[in-house]
Ligand binder design. Structure first.
Ligand SMILES: C[S@@+](CC[C@H](N)C(=O)[O-])C[C@H]1O[C@@H](n2cnc3c(N)ncnc32)[C@H](O)[C@@H]1O
Length: 434
């Protein structure tokens, strides 16, 4: 539990002391001695303030994520590496965008790299299963040679030399997060001991092309775990942005939830690298989102005359009054997608006539789907914890789809009034020419 001084200062500095008791309670688990998390949280609070979202309109989920989840997914909690965190169905709408976009839609035989696909390579798998006639390569510099998994499903990703690259708790389990991260060094030691015990039981002669597995006392060791995910149209390469060994003449490179961890120089070099690996007319897109493509923001570049041209910046409509924290999740103020999102959201939110209508309609839709409804004092509430996570996400997705159906045209009209070239894109997001 945090000392109240820090939360008090946040409350007064960013919200005129107007946070509700429940919102403050959601922040209680935050440890202000964690400097990385503290700076990160302050950055996010400043962004909420810049968006001009009132205390009543900030979903409690945002504060809970900031205090209880973010400190565990920042690189500091993962020994400094970019965390490989990913979810199934994360790019459900973006996959659709890849199929339908106006810049370079996927067709039979298209060649795609899912860059920084994470492990397990769930987003690459989703893509490959959806588009069986598209050739996909999942690329990531952090794949491991081995995994060791405990009886609950928490696992360690281990490199060839036995070094534990990272530990991954069971998705969505708070208990597992605590179990893994409470004392990371001890957890690593436990997994290292098991690794040495179990490894002896794998076949002595090794075949790099074969997935191998051995189980004992509820623990499982695997060798070449990626082999298990290969499909006719899906292969993998342990390389990252900047590596020339990644295939060339590509139609598309998708790089989601990666560049947020890097600075603008890395991004600039990365775009030059992408240009060398795409065919003329091929597209590169990058940005950030949450499960089920909620709170997406992304940029799309196309290779034209041997240079990368920014064709579209796009964001999903729920970013205008977010219920969860991704719209504020950034390590820096000069992150391209973060800055574009803030600038445009602020521009739209300044249109009071539109926003009054949007806010009223949004509240009605929330009520219809029992998502984060307001409490008696008018503050947006927490998610319905009685529902399983899958159902919660499904309700949120339906909510945001309806929000887009009802208000995306209105957002575009507001942006056009302000001189922007904007449109509702192929997946109901707002597209903007920058
Ligand atoms: C948060 S995960 C994103 C996973 C997946 N793309 C998604 O959207 O769910 C970030 C991934 O970026 C990878 N990464 C780190 N450095 C990279 C680089 N130079 N090039 C490509 N990927 C990198 C990490 O290993 C990690 O798996």
């Amino acid at each position: 539990m945090t000392d109240n001084g820090f939360i008090d200062s946040i409350n007064h500095k960013y919200f005129e002391g107007k946070l509700s008791k429940s919102q403050i309670t959601r922040l209680q688990d935050f440890d202000p001695k964690n400097t990385e998390a503290k700076n990160f949280m302050e950055g996010a609070m400043a962004r909420i303030q810049r968006m001009g979202v009132s205390a009543k309109d900030i979903g409690e989920l945002i504060f809970w994520e900031m205090a209880s989840i973010w400190p565990k997914i920042l690189p500091g909690a993962w020994s400094g590496i970019v965390p490989p965190i990913t979810f199934p169905n994360r790019h459900v709408l973006l996959d659709d965008y890849m199929k339908k976009n106006q810049w370079k839609p996927l067709t039979e035989g298209s060649k795609v790299v899912d860059l920084g696909c994470g492990f397990p390579p769930l987003t690459a798998l989703d893509l490959a299963r959806k588009f069986s006639r598209v050739q996909i390569t999942g690329a990531d510099p952090s794949f491991g040679k081995y995994t060791v998994t405990d009886s609950k499903g928490n696992y360690a990703c281990i490199l060839e030399d036995g070094h534990i690259n990272y530990l991954q708790p069971v998705a969505g389990s708070q208990e597992s997060w605590n179990f893994i991260f409470e004392n990371l060094d001890d957890t690593k030691k436990r997994f290292a001991i098991k690794f040495n015990e179990l490894k002896k039981n794998l076949p002595q002669t090794e075949d790099a092309n074969t997935y191998e597995e051995f189980q004992m006392d509820g623990w499982t060791i695997t060798r070449n775990p990626l082999r298990r995910y290969e499909l006719k149209n899906l292969g993998f390469i342990q390389k990252g942005m900047g590596d020339e060994e990644i295939p060339s003449h590509l139609d598309m490179i998708r790089c989601m939830n990666v560049l947020v961890y890097f600075d603008p120089v890395f991004r600039r070099d990365g775009l030059e690298w992408a240009c060398r690996h795409l065919k003329e007319g091929g597209i590169f897109f990058c940005g950030l989102n949450w499960s089920e493509s909620i709170n997406s923001r992304f940029s799309v570049y196309r290779r034209e005359n041997n240079a990368m041209q920014l064709k579209e910046f796009s964001f999903s409509i729920e970013n205008l009054r977010p219920l969860e924290g991704v719209p504020y999740f950034s390590f820096r103020n000069d992150d391209f997608e973060q800055e574009q999102l803030l600038q445009h959201a602020v521009m739209i939110r300044q249109n009071k006539v539109f926003m009054d209508e949007f806010n009223t309609g949004f509240d009605k839709i929330l009520h219809e789907h029992s998502v984060c409804e307001r409490d008696s004092a008018g503050y947006l509430g927490f998610v319905n914890t009685g529902l399983p996570p899958v159902q919660l996400l499904a309700n949120m997705s339906k909510t945001f789809k309806q929000l887009s159906d009802n208000y995306a045209d209105g957002v575009v009209a507001v942006l056009r009034e302000r001189g922007k070239k904007a449109w509702v894109n192929e997946i109901g997001f707002i597209g903007i020419e920058i």
